[in-house]
Write a protein that binds this ligand. Sequence first.
Ligand code: NDP
Ligand code: MG
Ligand code: MG
Length: 339
Amino acid sequence: MAKMYYNGDANAAYLNGKKVAVIGYGSQGHAHAQNMRDSGVEVVIGLRKGKSWDKAAEDGFQVYSVGEATAQADVVMILLPDEQQTKVYKEEIEPNLTNQAIMFAHGFNVHFNQIVPPTNCDVLLVAPKGPGHLVRRTYEQDAGVPALFAIHQDVTGEAKELALSYAKAIGSLRAGALETTFKEETETDLFGEQAVLCGGLTALVKAGFETLVEAGYQPELAYFETLHELKLIVDLMYEGGMAGMRYSVSDTAEWGDFVTGPRIVDARVKEEMKAVLKDIQEGKFAQGWIFENQTNRPVYTAIKARENEHLIEKVGKELRAMMPFINQGKKKEVVGSAK
Ligand code: NDP
Ligand code: MG
Ligand code: MG
């Protein structure tokens, strides 16, 4: 088994007397900043004026421009959207670097050569394997979200100590951290979200929903069957793996799982997954996404509008409005960005 790192493997005192600038206060930013502050680390926030700035100030942080926050820090954690990072890095972070450690929560820009940090800085990543709001929520529950860490440049010889101390301060070492490389983190993260977690899942749910509705079944029923119930199934897998889920469902469901699952996700799907992975590895996906951003996202905008019009979204909105308990406690958590 791969070596896992837990709380006992980190020198918590490493960040004592050091100042961490968290750049961005969105999904990840607010969680890292608040968790570190609660762990006794000195944190300042770097932002542009706007919604996140006001939120961070309201939450009691000292907020500066990105350049000012960078200049005064020992460690700079870049938690801006990946597609904004190159520009902000070039214009506001790089000119203010002396020898700070530069950190990321995703390797995209360094791995695909969009950000080339100076050779005199430590460069590393600590990437929690979960949404920012859970990074904060689990920390408050004395739990944590597991993380990956990777060292790209180790000038001081202390990069690993920093990575582990940081991972501990955001609560991730309660769940465990695994050492990786920028390449492995970037490629697997992109593959996971495209093929399974986001892309594969939404396509599966939509295809199931459409099949039922096109066959004349009620859309509301199809929504419950293919989307709503998914959470209950995923929770069981999260707690006990596939066997744990299969233990809880009926034997009929389990038999259907065994014989029908491979008919749905068949050899052709796996071949396509391999092609998707190849596009990621060869930088084709990155190139397309960088170009899409440089041209003001024409394809993204068109697809998003079409997706939002899908019947499953209309039906779901109405049904969820009648189940206010689903989103209870959520409002308070959603900060900063449009998320
Ligand atoms: P968000 O979109 O949630 O937040 C981005 C933050 O950056 C906002 O506070 C936004 O402020 C600020 N920002 C955007 N543009 C600028 C700018 N030009 N100048 C200054 N501030 C700006 O980002 P995420 O937290 O989702 O992502 C951050 C990083 O974490 C990425 O590298 C991502 O891959 C990684 N990551 C994200 C995960 C997640 O859960 N979302 C999971 C693991 C890793 P404003 O209000 O002004 O727009
Ligand atoms: Mg991910
Ligand atoms: Mg990702």
